[in-house]
Design a protein around this ligand. Structure first.
Ligand code: ADP
Length: 362
């Protein structure tokens, strides 16, 4: 088990800075996920930890060793890629043994390690096959096995599930969670898929344009996003955003006015301390409540019935669409064109100032 520390890590390609002064402590034994949109710098960061990219500025330490100048093979980490890159002419066994034999691991140890990994990953019956005789999921399991047998200080995963079909992705995701529970190794995982991040991570690092937006446990990030970017990126459907104005306060809590025929609404957010300037209200679909006396009135444009829940996309008087989650017992009551009356759950509102910083209720 090993911790990894990044201090002021910066990466430039020529004039372009793609990672900017990034500080991060990855705890020993945690499953840390880098999450963010394509191009935000996740893979570059992982590849710098692995030693596959140079660091332009700053320091990377693995355990108590500074590794900036160390080649990948000396860092004690094992990387699993999106493309499994198995040797096609070798059996599964030899694919896993190859790196070990090359680094002088004794034959008896090679056999023991492969035996253990094969049991854990249920690869036993496949050990004498070649990659062409395996399904995509089996190949990815071999790629994970090849990392496991190295008994690394840390595992680095670069979108390892994105080439798998949906059902297999879910199964392999569970398998990874089980491997982590069994090995208690430090794991760093890159993905743009928030479901993968939410289900696998002990902590998520949400990245945007080469910087960290927020670090936190999955539910903390969902419930108390630090910025508007995080609020919009995490959660499906995406959070509703509404431009609002200050309309006074009640018991120290801000009242806002919404652009829907002057509707005013209390919030649980402290009025003092909010900076001047424009404010945006954020509310998730599950906190837009059906309410026959509610002040918000709109027309159902689309109703998405997803099985476990239904979502109404409601057109408001100013043309904006609000997404409301319908309670399970009532989702068949509504059809397209119906008038829907709603309220917002005052205790679950978020406010974002002009800089994008979030202000939550207390
Ligand atoms: P992500 O993994 O989040 O999709 P990457 O780390 O692959 O993002 O890329 C981050 C940024 O760095 C992108 O804007 C990408 O175009 C740029 N980039 C990556 N590799 C190179 C390279 N070899 N030369 C120049 N720019 C690069």
């Amino acid at each position: 088990m090993t911790s990894i520390r990044l201090s002021g890590v910066t990466k430039r390609y020529g004039e372009t800075e793609v990672i900017t002064g990034l500080d991060l402590d990855i705890h020993s034994g945690e499953f840390l996920v880098f999450l963010g949109p394509s191009g935000c710098g996740k893979s570059t960061l992982l590849r710098m930890i692995a030693g596959l990219e140079t660091v332009s500025d700053g320091q990377i330490s693995i355990g108590d060793r500074q590794v900036n100048e160390q080649p990948p093979g000396k860092r004690g980490v094992a990387m699993v890629f999106q493309h499994y890159a198995l040797y096609p002419h070798m059996t599964v066994y030899d694919n896993m043994a190859f790196g070990l034999r090359n680094t002088g691991v004794r034959a008896a140890d090679v056999e023991r390690r492969i035996g253990e990994a094969a049991r854990m990953l249920e690869l036993g019956p496949l050990l004498q096959r070649r990659p062409a005789q395996l399904s995509g999921g089996q190949r990815q399991r071999v790629a994970i096995g090849r990392a496991v047998v190295k008994e690394p200080h840390a595992f680095l995963f670069d979108e390892p599930l994105s080439n798998l079909d949906a059902a297999l992705r879910t199964r392999t995701r569970l398998e990874l969670a089980r491997i982590h529970q069994r090995l208690h190794s430090t794991m760093v995982f890159v993905t743009h898929d928030q479901v993968e991040a939410m289900t696998l991570a002990t902590r998520i690092v949400v990245m945007n344009r080469g910087r960290i937006e927020q670090i936190g446990e999955p539910l903390e990030i969902y419930k108390r996003p630090a910025t508007r970017f995080v609020a919009g990126f995490i959660g499906s459907p995406a959070m509703n955003f509404i431009d609002v104005e200050r309309a006074g306060e009640n018991g120290g809590r801000l009242t806002v006015s919404l652009p829907f025929e002057g509707v005013r609404m209390p919030s649980a957010i402290a009025a003092s301390g909010l900076p001047a300037g424009k404010l945006t209200l954020g509310v998730r679909a599950e906190h837009v409540l059906l309410d026959p006396q509610g002040p918000l009135v709109g027309r159902a444009e689309v109703i998405e019935r997803l099985g476990d829940r239904s979502l109404a996309h409601v057109s408001m008087p100013n043309g904006q669409l609000l997404v409301a989650q319908l309670p399970p017992a009532r989702d068949l009551e509504f059809k397209i064109g119906d008038t829907i009356r709603m309220n917002l759950d005052a205790s679950h509102l978020h406010l974002f100032d002009e800089t994008g910083k979030a202000w939550h209720g207390v």
